[in-house]
Design a protein around this ligand. Structure first.
Ligand code: NAD
Ligand code: TYD
Length: 329
C-alpha cells in the first residue's frame, strides 16, 4: 500500500511508520508540520518521502495525497496541559486541519483513518467505555479531538467517504516527547530533578505500548468497517503514583524526589477502554505494562542523543512555565 501518514514525525506516527515499513513493506509519504513535538530524527534511517507542511494547508495536502491508497491522520496537538494554557493551535489543527484532510480524501476518493483518543469519552470511575458510549470530553485537547471525530463521521454519513476511527488509550514507549508523564518522570529521575505528581496521584490511566497501538491501527486499516470507530486499549491500568514509584525503582532514583504539586484543572480521574471490537478483528496487545515500562526506561537510558537536544532547548522554558521551577542541566 501507499500511505499518506500525517503527523508521522511525532511519537506514535513515527513508531507506526517503522512498523509499516518493517512488517508490511508499504510505501510511505509523511506530511508533518514539525511543531515542537515533531522531529525528522524520529524518522532517521527510514525510507520515506517527507513533506514539511500543516494538514490545514490544502495545496500541500492535495499534492501529498496523490497516488495514496489511504490517509492515516496522527497530526495533532497532544498535550492536555498545553491545551489548558493555550488552546488556539488545538482548534486549528483538530478542526480546520481534519476538515482539509477529509476534503482532500473525498476529492481523491481515498480511504481515511483518524487516530483518536480515549479522552473523547471523558472520565469513568468504574468499568470501561465502549464505542457506543457518549462523547463527553473535558479538556480543550479532548474536546477538539472529539470535534474531529464527529467531522470524520459526518464525511462517512454525508459523502460515503470510507472512514474509520481508532481511539487509543495512553501510549508510552520510545521517542515520546518528555512533557508526558512517563518520559518526563524518567528524565527527571535520571537527573535528580523533582518528580511532580498532580493532586493525590491516584488518577488511573490504561497504558498501551506504542507498537501495540501501531499494530492495532494497522488491523483497523485492513479490516475495519467503514463508518465505524474502534477502541484500542492497553492490557493494564495503573494509578500515576504507582507508575512514578516504579520509575524510581527502575532508575535507582531517590524516593525523596517524589513531589506533590497543584492538580491539573478539570483533571480526568480514570480512563478505561473496552477493546472487544478490535479484538474481533484479530488484534491483541502483546506488551504488559511492567515489561514495556522497563524497556522504555532502558530506551531513554540508552538514547541520550535523542533527548539531550530537547531537554536543553525550548522545553526548559515550557517546563519553567508549567511547573514554576527549573530542571537541572
Ligand atoms: P506527538 O505530539 O508526539 O506528535 C504529533 C505530531 O503531529 C508531530 O510530529 C507534530 O509535528 C505533528 N503536527 C502537529 N500539528 C500538525 C499540523 N497542523 N499539521 C501537520 N502535522 C502536525 O503526538 P502523539 O503522542 O504521537 O499522538 C499522535 C496521535 O495519536 C494524536 O492524534 C493523538 O491525539 C493520538 N493519541 C495519542 C495518545 C498518547 O498517549 N500519546 C493516545 C491516544 C491517541
Ligand atoms: P499525560 O501523560 O499528560 O497524559 P493524559 O493527561 O493525556 O492522560 O498525564 C498522564 C497522567 O499523569 C495524568 O493523570 C496527569 C498525570 N501527570 C502528573 O501527575 N504529573 C505530570 O507532570 C504530568 C505530565 C502528568
Amino acid at each position: 500500500m501507499r500511505l499518506l501518514v500525517c503527523g508521522g514525525a511525532g511519537f506514535i506516527g513515527s513508531n507506526f511508520v517503522r512498523v509499516r515499513l518493517r512488517d508490511h513493506g508499504d510505501e510511505v509519504v509523511v506530511l508533518d508540520k514539525l511543531t515542537y513535538a515533531g522531529r525528522r530524527e524520529n524518522l532517521a534511517g527510514l525510507d520515506v518521502e517527507f513533506v514539511h507542511a500543516g494538514i490545514e494547508d490544502p495545496g500541500a495536502v492535495a499534492g501529498a495525497i496523490e497516488g495514496a491508497d489511504a490517509v492515516v491522520n496522527f497530526a495533532a496537538e497532544t498535550h492536555v496541559d498545553r491545551s489548558i494554557a493555550e488552546p488556539d493551535a488545538f482548534v486549528t489543527t483538530h478542526a480546520v486541519g481534519t476538515w482539509v484532510l477529509l476534503e482532500a480524501a473525498r476529492q481523491a476518493g481515498v480511504r481515511y483513518l483518524q487516530v483518536s483518543t480515549d479522552e473523547v469519552y471523558g472520565s469513568i470511575e468504574e468499568g470501561s467505555f465502549t464505542e457506543r458510549s457518549p462523547l463527553a470530553p473535558s479538556s480543550p485537547y479532548s474536546a477538539t479531538k472529539a470535534g474531529a471525530d464527529l467531522l470524520v463521521a459526518s464525511y462517512f454519513h454525508t459523502y460515503d467517504l470510507p472512514t474509520v476511527i481508532c481511539r487509543g488509550s495512553n501510549n508510552y514507549g520510545p521517542r515520546q516527547y518528555p512533557e508526558k508523564l512517563i518520559p518526563l518522570m524518567i528524565l527527571n529521575a535520571l537527573h535528580g530533578d523533582p518528580l511532580p505528581v498532580y493532586g493525590d496521584g491516584l488518577q488511573v490511566r490504561n497504558w498501551l505500548y506504542v507498537e501495540d497501538f501501531a499494530r492495532g491501527i494497522g488491523h483497523v486499516l485492513a479490516h475495519g468497517v467503514a463508518g465505524e470507530a474502534y477502541n484500542v486499549g492497553g492490557p493494564d491500568e495503573c494509578p500515576n503514583l504507582e507508575v512514578v514509584r516504579r520509575i524510581i525503582e527502575l532508575t535507582g532514583a531517590d524516593e525523596s524526589l517524589l513531589t506533590y504539586v497543584k492538580d491539573r484543572p478539570g483533571h480526568d480521574r480514570r480512563y478505561s477502554l473496552g477493546s472487544e471490537k478490535v479484538r474481533a478483528l484479530g488484534w491483541e496487545a502483546q506488551v504488559r505494562f511492567a515489561d514495556g515500562l522497563e524497556e522504555t526506561v532502558a530506551w531513554y537510558q540508552d538514547n541520550r542523543a535523542w533527548w539531550e537536544p530537547i531537554r536543553s532547548g525550548d522545553y526548559r522554558a515550557y517546563y519553567a512555565r508549567q511547573y514554576g521551577s527549573a530542571i537541572k542541566d
